[in-house]
Design a protein around this ligand. Sequence first.
Ligand code: UDP
Length: 406
Amino acid sequence: MAQVKDYAEIVGGSVIDELFAIGEKAGTLKIQHVNSTAVGGGVAEILTRLVPMMNELGVRTTWDVIKGGEKFYAVTKKMHNALHGVPETFVENDWAHFLEVNRENARSMSFENDVVFIHDPQPIGLVEERSHLDNKWVWRCHIDFSEPRENVWLFLKDFIERFDGAIFSAPAFSRPLSTRQFLISPSIDPLSDKNRDLDENYVRSIFEKFNIDLTRPVITQISRFDYLKDPVGVIKAYKLVKRYVDCQLVLAGGGATDDPEGERVLSDVQHAAAGDKDIFVLLLPPSSDLEINALQRGSTVVLQKSLREGFGLTVAEALWKRKPVIASAVGGIPLQIKHKYSGVLTHSIEGTAYWIKQIINEPAFARELGKNGREHIRQNFLITRHLRDYLLLALSLYHDKDIVYL
Ligand code: UDP
């Protein structure tokens, strides 16, 4: 596994020196992260690397995952959808069950740390515990918060305002709140198995393993099977392109343990893909980082046709690999893509299809997008920047009167 110093070759030695200097200052603090899944989805992806790197910088950091049953995840998935603007109905018992599971988890956990980062809504009720403690709590929101439904927003707002601060991934997600708000974008780890350079033969072997033909264009979307990732919309866009270009489509993803809708979405996708042998629906187990890395690298175009998106790590991952990315102009995606410069932003199935054809037909343009995309990610969305922001934020919570610019 890569060590912090290994990142110097990518971000420069001064960035690493600064990280160790900040780590030394923050070394007096103990930090705890809490979320609701150890595998699957962007939050787990980030914490898997961020937590060991914080420890390596000398900041004692732990990561806890709350547990819940089927009913809890059904409620939290409804909350997740409603926060993304999808109409969902809640009954009184939903809120009560949500809080009960949070309280049950709290009974078997300890929060005796200086800074507690609670990620996303699922464990937000744990903040009730802070009344017995003299420490700092931050709510880290990874969700596209641009148009939350009123019912779920009002329920959560009460909890969010008990934190010392709330972190959002993009400026558009900031809301009127009585607590401090911070803007910290997520990041990718360029040296993880998901993103590190790969041998071309290995990339080819993965395509062979799945019987995908590398002599014809390959369009790929990597995502959990979730309606908000619009996999059926991707199939429709591919079918429009297929009338003119002999291409293939890869829809690869797995589930997350806190997402109960995956199976239904997968079955819709399989139905929409039925009968076309050039559509590859790949259900990947959690330990598929190298395969995903290879699929992104070997693809001609990478899509992220989300209807809502907190940030979209998959966009950063593909841009880092110099891939031309076509993605919806939603949530945190426009932070990563400047239209026609570091990728392409679209608003519809037809627009996505149009740009897939353009990119397949113009390899020089595709290369330019990929080159600019990689540099944009290098400068803004690598894990070293994320580590720095979290550590400075943790320090700033204990220096209320100082202004710290992140
Ligand atoms: N991912 C994965 N396996 C899958 C599907 C996705 O490892 O089957 C990874 C993907 O590479 C990315 C993360 O999960 O690192 C998804 O993060 P993103 O922000 O794109 O979406 P989220 O799932 O958090 O909504």
